[in-house]
Design a protein. Structure first.
Lengths: 255, 255, 255, 255
């Protein structure tokens, strides 16, 4: 096989270097969040950037055993108690555009808006209005807006934006997200930014591309899935989970 | 279906609480490592405990694209570019007793030794000697000892044990691991503690059961797998990976 | 990387050969069941062997959407609609000793019994009695016996054993399974062979080792999972699945 | 949780019915291929349809240990020997648009062409020409055409089309695929139909939608992955697989 190339880790005979940093130095001084930032961004974060990424990872790590990611992991732990990694992987596999993907979708929306504003020398308000009109015309959902429970505002949004302000890291991502929120309110109905929209705005301001939004969701959620699997192994019997099913297909074909 | 019970997250209508802590407070003040500790240990860590867990998570996050976990993730990203979670899950699935499992295995060994020492009121030296004799008799491998590259000592071990000393967190786990290392040297040959053995000793001293050793390896490694998958998506073409295979089975059956 | 060796497929420039057979010949003449047999057994089956393997694969392909394998696949299809393979893999991951593993477990039991009978020149009745006594003493479950629904006899068992008789393929596997059934009845209580026990007996008689029992279960069940995933994609909206969870952990910490 | 609805399996207290058929009857009379057809098509196949589906499943079950699906499964079996299902799932996860997806892609192309021909009352030649021109203009690949090894014609194509002819099952799918092949030859260069294109044409003629093309690829390939995993478990040591990696990232940052 051809040798694979990589720019991430240099595992020499005496040292492992990650993005050029000696792993021994990182072990002594970096937090896991620093390391996650380094792996995905090729540099270490500032203290303010670290605080924001910590808040995001903490905020999405676990929302309960009923989320598809945690429920599928528990189902796998229930039937296959030979492999912790099998249970965690089953949970990860439920994460896609529909579950855990709104942040990444909103990052793409914000990034597209910022590019359009720059290319057209247009105001954020004008571009946000155009994007909302387009979504309205095609009845497309705007990822990152609205919430099933919090009719007015998700309290986690205020926390995230407060941290961004305290760190002096409010940037065009947050400003454009706010412009989108206003355009949605004026053109459709009040659908406040939810946590996916808030973390999307911040991750854009931290310099991450949209794809990384989904990757960081997975990194964070694996911490929660892991704890759910631990509980299933240690507190529940195998095969305890019953799901009721009603058959509505073709009737018996003969006898 | 029956309602599932859980002791981890309480996702009420206005707040999410994790192990009784308001997630808003955690987002403001906790690091991701604090949160991982909380999810798996039911309480937040002290600053010294946090530093040790950070060092462990950083130390195992990524050892290069050729590790099975990263290689399988890249293979999946190469053939199936529709789902980031599919690639990460493929990497996770390679983690078992043979890859990423030595820490967990060594934790079980240390925990068994500590129980035996307590029950028999025996010295660590005596118990460690017995365990090594038993492994020698059955030709069982002692997980956490020896290294392919570092003939004498893995430099990451010194870093981890130095951090434990600085934090005043050297406990019976580390002491028993040292007793095992001495017994191995005296009874078999010098096979110094490797990073898996060192993190096992520390995780025992932090109060984690052996199963958590493997879970934390997975949590840490997913950060590395994620970055490897990002690189494969952004820098490499699909299906670029060729693996050479030589057939050594039955010859053609007729013509 | 070193070249990998394989005895299964020889993919030359003009022909693909599987276990020495030209794939063109196999495509023309073999059934998929023949091919599965060939891949796992290194030879093609007789017509009677084929009929038995067909019956087994058909019998375990799908037992309903509520089985963990199908439920986890549907959860993944619900949250991650970007990858059919991710949904199928999530279903596969629930298969272990507890779900889909009884056949393999019973094959190991029968194989151990047959070896013991041969080595000790003992009757099947004597060896079966010893194995059941041992299981009773350690309160171990006997895989392949008993059923939640069919109090007396699972009708699928009669079908499988009838097919084996018709094909002239009743062998020591079936005879030993019957001896175990009698020993269970006499020493514990009437727990008739279930479908896992019946297919285990037949697979032993077909010459398969225990590990193949679990592999064939997976091969068969993937056909069912696949149809369940197809239905979830085409008939259900994403994220339709709700699982009720009750929190019973630590109360709010306040602060 | 709400009850899940399903139209596939009715698992009553005494019988399991699949698509209205008693599973006992199916076990006695149906082949596994019949059952796969029934699960995905809601009816049993004719003998000719069965022969074609058998040929397709046999033809794609395994192309060697170096294919991403088999290589990833072997990597997982190498690092995680606790779970056969984990290894098989890792293999499945590599299957996407790029690996195993050309059949499904070609089915969508043929289906779109047939719809266009019907709606516009246009000849297959005209519609195929338009589709090829469109692909040429956008430099899109035409899935199902061309082959790395077989410069002129993949011999498996002749086998599949010969079986379709013998069974009297040549339909518009095959006719349109031939029209596409001629249009490719005339407008781009000779790129004969490959096995993915041939099975796509046949699966369209058997009445399957494009999504089923990928599902059937997975069902077939799992048989091959399963045999590869069996070989890795029984013949190779854990962690035997080494992949060479060259680091081309940032140089050491300091010392």
């Amino acid at each position: 096989m051809d040798t694979w190339r990589t720019a991430i880790v240099d595992a020499g005979p005496d040292h492992i270097r990650v993005r050029g940093h000696d792993v021994l130095d990182l072990m002594r001084q970096a937090t896991f969040t620093d390391h996650i930032f380094l792996l995905h961004h090729q540099r270490l974060p500032s203290p303010g950037e670290r605080r924001l990424l910590d808040a995001i990872l903490v905020g999405v790590a676990d929302h309960g055993a009923g989320a598809p990611s945690c429920a599928a992991a528990r189902l796998a732990a229930s039937g296959n108690r030979q492999s912790l990694s099998a249970a965690i992987a089953a949970g990860v596999l439920t994460i896609g555009d529909e579950h855990g993907g709104a942040g990444s979708g909103c990052m793409a929306l914000i990034a597209a808006g910022l590019t359009e504003a720059r290319n057209d020398s247009a105001s954020f308000e004008a571009v946000a209005g155009r994007l909302v009109d387009a979504a309205k015309a095609t009845k497309a959902r705007l990822p990152g807006f609205g919430h099933r429970v919090h009719a007015t505002i998700d309290p986690r949004v205020a926390v995230l934006f407060g941290l961004a302000k305290d760190a002096g890291l409010e940037g065009d991502g947050i400003r454009f997200a706010r412009a989108l929120e206003a355009a949605v309110r004026d053109r459709i109905k009040p659908l406040p930014l939810n946590i996916d929209g808030a973390l999307a705005a911040i991750l854009v301001d931290l310099g991450f591309p949209a794809m990384v939004g989904k990757l960081l969701f997975i990194v964070a959620r694996v911490a929660g899935i892991s704890a759910e699997v631990l509980e299933e192994y240690t507190r529940e019997k195998p095969m305890r989970i019953k799901i009721p099913v009603a058959y509505d297909g073709v009737p018996p074909r003969d006898g």
